[in-house]
Write a protein that binds this ligand. Sequence first.
Ligand code: NAP
Ligand code: HSE
Length: 428
Amino acid sequence: MTDPLRLGIAGLGTVGTGVVKIVQQHGDLLATRAGRPITITAVSARSRTKNRDVDLSGYDWEDDPVALAKRADVDVFVELMGGESGPAKSATEAAIAAGKDVVSANKALLAIHGQSLAEAAEAKGCAIRFEAAVAGGIPVIKSLTEGLAGNEISRVIGVMNGSCNYILTRMEDAGLSYEEVFEEANQLGYLEADPELDVGGIDAGHKLALLSAIAFGTQVDFPNVELEGIGSVTIEDIKRAADMGFKIKLLGVAQMTGRGLEQRMSPCLVPDHSPLGQLEGGTNMVVLEGDAINQIVLRGPGAGEGPTASAVMGDVMDLARGTRGPVFGQPAVSLRKARAARAAVPAPYYLRMELLDKPGALAKVAAVLGDAGISIDRMRQYDHAETAAPVLIVTHKTTRAALDEAIAGFDDTRVVASAPVAIRIEAV
Ligand code: NAP
Ligand code: HSE
């Protein structure tokens, strides 16, 4: 056996204690597989006295994560505190400056500072690995950087936030409103301390930005991810979409178009029989499309102690074996600045509106759509007791800009009784 790989772990919450448990429980297995022992030198968290349900007595304690990151007897700094700035950033920078490799689960930090951290790390000959930051236990980064390295990637698409998928599937199964299920999810502890990170699509947007960088060789560009959360998804839309053969998912889509890099994290309709449509509860799914592979579908737990610690340990094991490689799959200095393209790729849309039930109303709406160059694929009008009838239209492919033009034009018809709801239908 050669020298052990010595970890310094900052953050002993859900993920950090999970990592400690794996190192303790699978010590022999890890050593055999890596060809060297994996040990923990020191740990750090806010509270030294907190009961963490794991034996930390064999490790040094550091109050300051920066001091931990710089220790001479630490080979790999494992950052599991979270947050896009503060000690996560300063300790990661300190580790790199001290020539340490870094393993992180911190999507917020990397989505905002990934480029500068990657350049700094690669200039020092250090690695930053972050499998756990995207889709928890699913080895999606390894799939892109290793298994699919021979492909030109055309599209990355997926459900990358388990809490939102739980909320949307629970709304559908129980027929409950968004507000009711949000409250339930919060009580169950499924949501981040700041729930807006989940339901606002920000957490999933961070993950998509990281995958885009690897897939398309571009600098991480989170500010240009078009973000729309699930707060406006109604039970009515979930039911109507189901009626037309669709599910509503918070879907991340990244694709390189002729006009630039399109990155969207927003509620979308997907066919209910598709793998994404059938994804239930807190599970994640990432679909990767490349010229040689066509398509692969990765599905698994996107969060939680075991799955996330599993991904952290996958990175640790790579470093123990000497498997390194650039942070984003190619040298950071070679990553191009992406030109952002906003919703450039045409798609069919689901359009729901309340239409005054009087002669010619439907014709007027159809005319406005036609004037905007939008063709109707399917249409359905529902029973109604009121003067306004719920109407659903599924369009053929169109651009968001054309759709917005048509929606603005509905005002002049004086037959559309409430603000129309428009949701993109993604082909998967
Ligand atoms: P957590 O349970 O809230 O734990 C955070 C840990 O960091 C705690 O031990 C906390 O110390 C410590 N910490 C926070 N601020 C600190 C500071 N200023 N100085 C020192 N220690 C500090 O978080 P988590 O769920 O394990 O998540 C950790 C990271 O993994 C985050 O980046 C998160 O986004 C990412 N991640 C989590 C999951 C998941 O399922 N939980 C999945 C994927 C990725 P105390 O315990 O003393 O308060
Ligand atoms: N809040 C995240 C989710 C945790 O629900 O998927 C994992 O990143």
